[in-house]
Design a protein around this ligand. Structure first.
Ligand code: NDP
Length: 307
């Protein structure tokens, strides 16, 4: 069995950047990711990644993936479901029972969309409830939709949906949207978007498919809102499976604590990207890339010292 210097778990910006650096450092490594790009692919417009004035998340990630593939790095599209420490490394097990042996591990496992945790939410997933506007907007051509949330993901989703849907209601629990002022300015100027402040969804309506929601407080005199689609964009939570299996130090919300070199509390294990507490918890593609680069350099130094 091949023994890799490094297994990179994840297939988002942190993972691909780490792989590019690891290739330069001649680290024998493999990238194993369940879902191309992680949450970054859900953004239709990225305007703050240097050298790309405007690009969609999926296209940016595809470029990163292409760069890694051109370096002849093995990318395995699978989920790691178990990881066990050995005397001098780790055995990672994929969902297809493949075992991967490596001296070190980089977790770049990202986050998953936060759910509303409201009655019938699961019942309506794929039947009116979505967590990804770029994936599902086309189902709502000329229909009324709502977006929940008041930060960048919600703003970007509302702006994208406004090009396709008839009307977009953005429901936010506070009185002032937060995040990137450029998105907020565009939301305010957009005649197809109504922002409903100081409000929340109380109840989902519909038989087999969603056809409306009940708000906590009346909007224009009415608590019910007829919509065909509800996009939940209320942030994300870290993927905890592998950090828990490895018993890594995490903060209260489950983000992995790392030091300046992206090293976790466990020897031979590093973490990078949205799953960590690093970069002041500023969850951006550029900070994920940076963390991936730092981790790769630190792993290179470790391997050199411990040959
Ligand atoms: P955030 O954590 O920034 O925001 C989550 C939003 O959802 C907040 O407005 C929050 O309210 C609200 N919320 C959370 N829980 C609930 C709930 N249970 N019910 C109702 N509302 C709730 O997450 P985002 O995904 O928006 O952004 C994450 C990171 O990704 C940020 O760093 C952002 O800059 C980045 N990003 C950048 C994009 C771009 O530039 N193209 C696009 C998307 C994301 P409250 O404000 O009260 O906390």
């Amino acid at each position: 069995m091949t023994k890799y210097d490094l297994i990179i778990i994840g297939a988002g910006p942190a993972a691909y950047t780490a792989s590019i650096y690891a290739s330069r450092y001649k680290l024998r490594h493999i990238v194993v990711g369940e879902k191309l790009g992680g949450l970054a692919i859900e953004t239709d417009k990225i305007c703050n990644f240097p050298s790309e004035e405007e690009i969609s998340g999926i296209n940016l990630i595809k470029k990163m993936e292409k760069q890694v593939k051109n370096l002849k790095i093995n990318i395995l599209n699978s989920k790691i479901i178990d990881i066990k420490e050995t005397e001098d490394g780790f055995y990672s097990t994929t969902e297809n029972e493949e075992k991967i042996n490596s001296k070190t591990v980089l977790l770049a496992t990202g986050t998953k969309s936060r759910k509303l945790e409201i009655n019938d939410e699961n019942k309506f997933i794929g039947r009116g409830i979505s967590y990804c506007a770029t994936c599902d907007a086309l189902f709502y051509q000329n229909k009324n939709v709502a977006v929940i949330g008041g930060s960048d993901s919600a703003q970007v989703a509302s702006l994208y949906l406004s090009k396709i849907a008839k009307r977009v209601y953005q429901i936010y629990r506070k009185d002032k949207l937060r995040g990137d002022p450029t998105w907020i300015e565009q939301i305010k100027k957009n005649k197809k978007i109504d922002v409903i402040y100081n409000n929340n969804v109380q109840k989902l309506m519909g038989d087999k498919t969603l056809d409306g929601i009940i708000l906590e407080r009346p909007y224009q005199g009415n608590k019910s809102l007829e919509i065909d689609g509800l996009f939940v964009k209320i942030g994300s939570t870290p993927n905890g499976l592998l950090p828990n299996k490895l018993k890594l130090d995490q903060d209260k919300q489950g983000y992995i604590n790392v030091d300046n070199s992206q090293q976790t509390s466990l020897r031979r294990v590093w973490a990078a990207g949205d799953v960590t507490t690093a970069s002041n918890k500023f969850k951006q593609i550029i900070t994920a890339c940076s963390e991936g680069a730092i981790a790769a350099e630190s792993i290179f130094n470790f391997i050199q010292k411990n040959q």
